[in-house]
Ligand binder design. Structure first.
Ligand code: EPU
Length: 416
């Protein structure tokens, strides 16, 4: 998918089912490396990042096959202790292979990760945590070489910030380490809790996942398992906002409304009518949203990955909104693109001032990352005339059937 062409002005109506979370399944795929044998993951989305992670696993000797939404992974007795440079560069989540390979093989060679353009995204907390457990690292021509000559051991780790990836890397290492690991100031994201649930099913001893302190009692070996991936709250939230921005009504099914509590509250404050059921959310958008102030924060705060889509909604609000980005130092490239569509948005440091305008007008815009691309499509659904979102392959990294799902709810939209 190179570009998405759409014509705005049609209120979306209908329902859309979401699949498993990108930011869970990628970690679950890495977690399978902790136990040789036959693993099965259910509710797996067809997205580019899953394909890339499949290639990373293939390189270390694991074999992925897909049937419908089930992904089967055969993990060898002894995976190769090395993740290939070109794949790690394409997807930051591959850095998690570090914890898993150190735990299984006592060594790991991983290129320094790439990923989205959100400013510097260091991995210092990942490395500090693993070093505290006995790992040693050195950088050799762009490749991070890790080893744990005496094995990994449990310890007390306090993260500077509740980093999702650092918590996961330490967790993956700790389940097979000797002794007890405490992870303080741990991330509390539902995808991480889901990873812990999968690991527990594999035989790991983990307490406190979903709270700020996770306690892991290392075990000698784990077994393969079946695990159904937690629904994607970002996919769910994006479709809810797609309905809202068009003034339509969209029901999102197969999701967990509780995982979007803050985001739904802010949609409600913006004048949307939000109702939830046990596994579905219905959102109706107003003609013109009300302005809302919000700040992105780790879970249970407002998710940074819903920030661009929410700004798209607020760009047509009747008033001025203030958004503060607290997770990334720079996530603002999409603002210039929304500006080309007539939005009045300015970033100053971490703050984004959104002065609502009455109309947006379609034009060609650059979807520079997954969520920016989604936000620009949402803006295009509201805009007059045709919008063309280029670099649309980013959207395919994280959304399964994005264009088809929007078209099924009445959008005039095509992928090229
Ligand atoms: N950070 C450090 N040092 C570290 C680790 C993180 O300074 O060692 C900083 C980062 O630079 C960032 C902040 O801490 O400013 C948060 O990063 P975190 O580690 O929590 O994020 P991540 O694990 O790299 C995951 C998701 C992102 C999502 C963030 C925040 C995956 C594959 N990625 O990234 O998802 O934005 O958590 O919730 O799970 C997306 O799906 O579009 C996406 C970018």
């Amino acid at each position: 998918m190179q570009q998405i062409r759409l014509v705005g002005g049609r209120p979306l109506q209908g329902s859309v089912a979401v699949l498993g979370a990108k930011n869970a399944v990628l970690k679950h795929m890495v977690a399978t490396l902790l136990a040789p044998g036959h693993h099965v993951l259910g509710n797996v989305p067809r997205i580019l990042d899953v394909t890339v992670m499949g290639e990373v696993l293939h390189h270390v000797g694991a074999f992925c096959t897909r049937e419908g939404n089930e992904l089967t992974i055969e993990v060898p007795e002894e995976p190769l202790a090395e993740a290939p440079l070109e794949m790690v560069r394409r997807m930051r989540a591959s850095i998690l292979i570090l914890g898993a390979l150190l735990a299984r093989r006592g060594e790991a060679r991983v290129a320094l990760p790439g990923g989205d353009d959100f400013g510097a995204r260091p991995i210092d907390m990942h490395l500090d945590g693993l070093e505290a457990m006995g790992a040693e690292f050195r950088l050799n021509h762009g490749v991070l070489e890790g080893s744990a000559p005496d094995g990994l051991h449990g310890t007390d780790i306090a993260l500077d910030f509740p980093s999702v990836g650092a918590t996961e890397n330490v967790l993956l290492a700790a389940v097979l380490a000797t002794g007890t690991t405490l992870i303080r100031n741990a991330a509390r994201e539902p995808e991480l809790t889901d990873l812990a649930e999968m690991l527990i099913r594999m035989g790991a001893k983990i307490e406190g996942a979903g709270t700020s302190t996770i306690e892991v009692h290392g075990v000698a070996a784990l077994q393969p398992t079946y695990h159904r991936v937690v629904p994607d709250r970002l996919e769910a939230g994006t479709y809810a906002l797609a309905g809202a921005i068009t003034g339509g009504t969209v029901t999102v099914t197969n999701c967990v409304p509780d995982h979007l509590r803050m985001e739904l509250r802010k949609m409600n404050d913006a004048g949307c009518v939000v109702t939830t059921n046990i596994d579905s959310i219905t959102v109706s958008g107003p003609d013109r949203p009300s302005p809302v102030d919000l700040a992105t924060l780790p879970f249970p705060g407002f998710h940074t990955d819903m920030h661009p889509q929410m700004v798209a909604l607020l760009s047509v609000a009747a008033g001025t909104s203030l958004l503060t980005e607290n997770v990334y130092e720079s996530r603002f490239r999409y603002i210039g693109e929304l500006g080309r569509m007539g939005a009045d948005i300015h970033a100053d440091g971490q703050h984004v001032v959104v002065r609502g305008v009455e109309t947006l007008s379609g034009c060609e815009v650059d979807g520079c990352d997954i969520r920016a691309g989604a936000a620009l499509v949402l803006a295009g659904l509201r805009a007059d005339g045709e919008t063309v979102v280029t670099e649309a392959h980013h959207i395919a990294r994280g959304y399964d059937g994005f264009v088809a799902k929007l078209a099924a709810m009445g959008a005039s939209i095509q992928a090229h």
